[in-house]
Design a protein around this ligand. Structure first.
Ligand code: MV4
Length: 448
């Protein structure tokens, strides 16, 4: 088992990993930027190394500084969390070249799943349902035109180096294809240095339902059921829940088996998430595979009483998984609390928290690194807390979330708490009747 783990991240996920390491008797090393000197993850870790100034590209993304921190503290493993370097193949490779265990996917796996057309072709070989469309990359516009006629409009153009919606264009008619093709390739070249595109039949008003999987070093994988992440704004998840209100026992069984089949086919090691698009007829299609722990992992932990970070560490240390699949016994909802102003287009609202009162009581979990007097820096992602409620039924979990949001007081900055409070009163949300289109119609009401 590892003696000392360096957490190459910040905020709530750094704290999350440190907590599990402490429970496992593993020493911890925090890395931090100058702007994070007063952060809790620095205080909670056994050791802490400053790796640079505030900007991410000079600190949390600086591979040499992080490797140096691991060398001087003699860490034998690095947990990357999510975001930053968690899906950076070069970082994974450099860790293994330095005999430091990267608690995540191998460089090969990151590259294979990071290239969306390759990931999709691999899943198709594995027998996982994929959206009808091109066989891999489209060589030129003429081929795209012909293919779109065969597939039938509407189609979706996607950048193979993309993900999370970047370099993606929905095309409803032939006369719009050329403009979409050019702008998608331009966007992808600018964002990823790669403008290769592939095409799919457009799935209208899909739900985003993902399956948590865990694979060990011996080729075994199991699934830990689903999370419904359809409530998103500009490809940013706002709230997630498990079980999905759209799920049926058969659909869960079929999606779980597809996710396990995919993971065992690619010999996936570690915690991973297989994302699916689900249409209104409950057909499901592979979308993407994430090779990292996800922000929303706590709702899965809550309904199956499981510590996913602990499982990641055990698998990385070579411990075989139990192999049994898990099905939710409870209902859990997560609301991402961001330092943003929902009454002003969700614009960021960094600054000092002058008053903080956190919710508590039965079925309430709050994963956060903030404290009264803490200054939210402007340099990083705006998420400051994850409020998670768990109960026997969805209705009770929603009621608990309403009560917890009413108790949650953060002054000195704006937050998305009022948005989530209104969401919990929305009839379509309460009815579980929402797709990835939901936020396009949601209108926040001005507070009195
Ligand atoms: C799609 C789609 C409809 N049809 N693919 C969004 C980012 C990336 N995960 C893929 N995405 C989509 N792919 C086909 N063939 C609709 C989306 C999509 C979406 C998917 C999940 C969650 C939110 C979304 C918001 C807009 C579009």
């Amino acid at each position: 088992m590892f003696k000392k783990v360096l957490i190459a991240n910040r905020g709530e996920i750094a704290l999350r990993v440190i907590r599990t390491c402490k429970e496992m008797g593993i020493k911890t090393v925090a890395v931090y930027s100058k702007a994070d000197e007063e952060s809790l993850h620095v205080r909670f870790a056994d050791e802490a190394v400053c790796i640079g100034p505030a900007p991410s590209n000079k600190s949390y993304l600086q591979i040499p500084n992080i490797i140096a921190a691991a060398e001087i503290t003699n860490a034998d493993a690095i947990h990357p969390g999510y975001g930053f370097l968690s899906e950076n193949a070069k970082f994974s490779k450099i860790c293994s070249d330095h005999n430091i265990k990267f608690i995540g996917a191998s460089a090969e796996m990151i590259n294979q799943m990071g290239d969306k057309a390759t990931a999709k072709a691999t899943m198709k070989e594995a027998g996982v349902p994929t959206v009808p469309g091109s066989e891999g990359i489209i060589p030129d516009f003429e081929t795209a035109e012909k293919l779109a006629e065969e597939v039938g409009y509407p189609v979706m153009l996607k950048a193979t180096a993309g993900g999370g919606g970047k370099g993606m264009r929905a095309v409803w008619a032939a006369e719009d294809l050329k403009k979409a093709w050019d702008s998608a390739r331009q966007e992808s070249a600018a964002a990823f240095g790669n403008d290769d595109m592939y095409m799919e039949k457009l799935i209208e008003e899909p739900r985003h339902i993902e399956i948590q999987i865990i694979g060990d070093q011996y080729g075994k994988a199991c699934h830990l059921s689903e999370r419904d992440c359809s409530v998103q704004r500009r490809h940013q998840k706002l709230t997630e829940e498990t079980p999905s209100p759209f799920m049926t026992d058969k659909l869960r069984k079929d999606m779980g088996e597809a996710a396990v089949k995919a993971s065992e086919y690619i010999k996936y090691e570690g915690a991973g998430t297989v994302e699916f698009l689900v249409d209104k007829h409950r057909n499901f299609y592979f979308m993407e595979m994430n090779t990292r722990i996800q922000v929303e992992h706590p709702i899965t932990e809550q309904v199956i009483d499981y510590d996913l970070i602990r499982e990641q560490i055990l698998v990385a240390a070579g411990v075989p998984i139990s192999g049994k699949n898990y099905f939710p016994k409870l209902h859990s909802i997560e609301c991402r609390i961001n330092a943003e102003d929902p009454f002003n287009d969700f614009r960021p609202s960094p600054g000092r928290i002058t008053t903080l009162h956190t919710p508590g009581g039965h079925g309430i979990r709050l994963d956060t690194h903030v404290y009264s007097g803490y200054v939210i820096p402007p340099h990083y992602d705006s998420m400051i807390a994850k409020l998670i409620t768990t109960a026997q039924t969805r209705e009770e979990a929603i009621n608990k979330m309403k009560r917890a949001l009413d108790e949650f007081v953060i002054e000195g900055i704006k937050t998305t708490i009022p948005f989530h409070r209104q969401l919990m009163d929305h009839p379509d949300y309460i009815a579980g009747n929402y797709t990835t289109k939901f936020m396009e119609e949601f209108e926040i009401q001005e507070e009195n």
